[in-house]
Design a protein around this ligand. Structure first.
Ligand code: MN
Length: 166
């Protein structure tokens, strides 16, 4: 049996939620201009130029300890910014929280990644990750088995390597 008052309430809620959706869309468009406004985590500390090209910020979320042996943090890459080539002795998992970027394993094509993507970088495989030329990238990283080490930094990713999708 249909209840006329409940139906009216349902209709009102539906209209209200549709209006809410429109409001959210406006906010998303504003945040495209300044991604940090609605960021989940603080921007963090600027990474050293010896390990990155462009401005890259790190915010630690889970400190390494002898119980979990896992390091978790969030990295914000400005447009065009990327890591140097590097290796993780036990691999790394990336979770893209916002924006768009690239990651590349040595000897393989550059891969595109966007918000919601989960990427595994295998143990001891040389790789890099960063934002695209035109978008920022916010990515969480999970580094397991830190008893084996965390990262070995290598040479910068050249502009030619960065822009090549082969
Ligand atoms: Mn990495």
């Amino acid at each position: 049996m249909k209840h006329p008052i409940l139906n009216s309430v349902t209709t009102l809620l539906l209209v209200a939620s549709l209006m809410g959706c429109n409001a959210d869309k406006t906010q998303t468009q504003q945040s495209d201009l300044d991604p940090s406004k609605e960021a989940i985590f603080p921007k963090g500390e600027l990474g050293p130029a010896t390990n990155f090209t462009g401005n890259v910020y790190n915010f630690g979320l889970v400190a390494d300890d002898s119980i979990y042996n896992t390091l978790v943090g969030n990295v914000f890459f400005e447009k065009g910014a990327r890591s140097n080539w590097h290796i993780h002795p036990s691999g790394q998992i990336l979770i893209v929280l916002d924006g768009e970027g690239y990651h590349q394993l040595e000897g393989q094509p550059r891969h595109f990644m966007r918000k919601g993507d989960v990427v595994k970088c295998p143990a001891n495989v040389k790789h890099w990750h960063g934002a695209t030329e035109n978008t920022t990238l916010t990515q969480m990283y999970i580094l397991p088995k830190t008893e084996n080490g965390i990262v070995t930094w290598m040479e910068p990713v050249t502009d030619e390597q960065y822009t090549s999708n082969k």
